[in-house]
Design a protein around this ligand. Sequence first.
Ligand SMILES: [Zn+2]
Length: 237
Amino acid sequence: MDQLELLWQYQQVDIEVERYEREMRANPNRQKLLKQRDFILDQQTVVKRIEGEVTVMADRLEALQDEVVRLRDAVSETAAALDAAPPQALSGVRENVSAFQKLLESITRYEAELHKMRKDAENRDKQQHEARVRAAKVKGEFDQLKAAYDTEYKDQQGALDKLKAQAQKAAEGITPAMLDHYNTIKRHSMPPMARLNEDRCGGCNMSLPSVVLHKIRSGSVTVECENCGRIILVRQE
Ligand SMILES: [Zn+2]
């Protein structure tokens, strides 16, 4: 049998293999599992993101707490200094009052920020907990469905292996170069071979130039459609 005829027969099995693989990918349980997996990964991303935020917040919280301690110490020191040497003039009293006010304002501001941060931290804890709960719930469903799908997949894989073995058998006698060529075309046009349909390519339906038609009919060389790149087969009747 001629190489192109062999390749054509191989293509029939190859189409079956491709079709079955598509069917396997479209399996509803597989699709559902992929969605659940993405959801679990999303929740893990949320947990990670919050962890990062909490680390940054913890650093800031520590700095703020140190700052408040420092300011309180400053207040005590200023008060002690005043006790030891009370100001004699009114201007001195005013200066001291103003310094106290500034220190107290800073303390109030920092404490407000601390309060807000503690609230934020609480919220994040809650969000993190919720994300973990959501992920755990879906993980349970995922594991159950996965067990069912694994059995299904094993059967499908068995059927696919059979088809692939058929394809391998059909490829016997075809030169490796020819198969390579077929697979190269397959990357952009599936199926890679087309029959000649009157003077048109059976794959893309473009009219073939008469020069090409002549080459095909002389049967001497492998001809490809200039439009889609498929190998054109002329059935020898
Ligand atoms: Zn074509």
